[in-house]
Design a protein around this ligand. Structure first.
Ligand SMILES: O=C1O[C@H](COP(=O)(O)O)[C@@H](O)[C@H](O)[C@H]1O
Length: 254
């Protein structure tokens, strides 16, 4: 299992560590190509991300950020289930990232997920170069969550989308977690990121984490294995508590 695991004594410690990892990824990206491409997940992650970034905004070069979503639900952008709406409320409304650099699901395509995935892939090719020119986009950072069933992005256990090899963005209409219709980054895209960080909080995640780290079960989150990049798992003590065999670094309050 690749990746460094940190168990944090509080959400505040975790948020601070997450902020530091984001700043490091941003600074490296700006040094090498003068922009920062990041994909953000929905669920519980945006609140912790905002907690860290908004508490210490110095050193964050918002005008250089290009924000994608690791997955999105096929609902209007102002729907309570929209990952964009959540990230906007928690973070984007509070920071000066140019709106043209926030890449959302095309709201005109919510009832046509195949087209919505094609359109999102097109938005990505416009930023990362044409799909014929680069086999895969390389995000500077992908921020991931994990559900209690071990899903990440909208890649669910046993779902055929886990075997997708060609597409950058795909769609599903049978998500076991509502809403059923979604688009998602595929595993090849996630695994070619320069860095990825999982944020996993709460005791309802401990079984999935033990299955991944102790029993090497190929749950979707376990299949995130970066080809060249650095993978970090940030979790709270409750989530980490059932892991027995994997090495865990402890992060405590200063
Ligand atoms: O449905 C989703 O769930 C996962 C995990 O969410 P969490 O609330 O358990 O952290 C999330 O990463 C994904 O973006 C979202 O669409």
């Amino acid at each position: 299992m690749s990746g460094t695991i940190y168990a944090c004594t509080s959400t505040a410690v975790l948020a601070q560590q997450l902020r530091d990892l984001v700043v490091r990824a941003q600074d490296q990206a700006l040094q090498s190509h003068d922009r920062f491409t990041v994909a953000i997940s929905g669920g519980s992650l945006p609140r912790t991300l905002a907690q860290g970034l908004l508490a210490q905004p110095e050193g964050l070069h918002w005008s250089k950020w290009h924000v994608f979503y690791a997955d999105e639900r096929c609902v209007p952008l102002d729907d309570a289930e929209s990952n964009h709406r959540l990230v906007q409320a928690e973070l984007l409304d509070h920071v000066p990232i140019p709106r043209a650099q926030v890449y959302t699901l095309n709201p005109a395509l919510v009832t046509n997920p195949e087209e919505a995935a094609n359109d999102y892939e097109k938005q990505m090719t416009d930023v990362f170069a044409h799909k014929d020119a680069v086999r895969l986009p390389v995000f500077d950072l992908i921020l991931l969550g994990m559900g209690p069933d071990g899903h990440t992005c909208s890649l669910f256990p046993g779902h055929p989308l886990l075997d997708e090899k060609e597409r950058w963005v795909s769609y599903l209409q049978d998500s076991p977690k509502p809403p059923p219709t979604r688009i998602t980054l595929t595993l090849p895209v996630v695994n070619h990121a320069r860095r990825a960080v999982f944020v996993v909080i709460g005791s309802n995640k401990q079984d999935a984490l033990a299955r991944i780290f102790d029993h090497k079960e190929p749950l979707p989150a376990q299949r995130v294995q970066l080809v060249h990049g650095e993978l970090v798992w940030l979790m709270d003590e409750a989530a980490a508590s059932a892991i027995q065999r994997a090495p865990i670094a402890r992060l405590v309050e200063n």
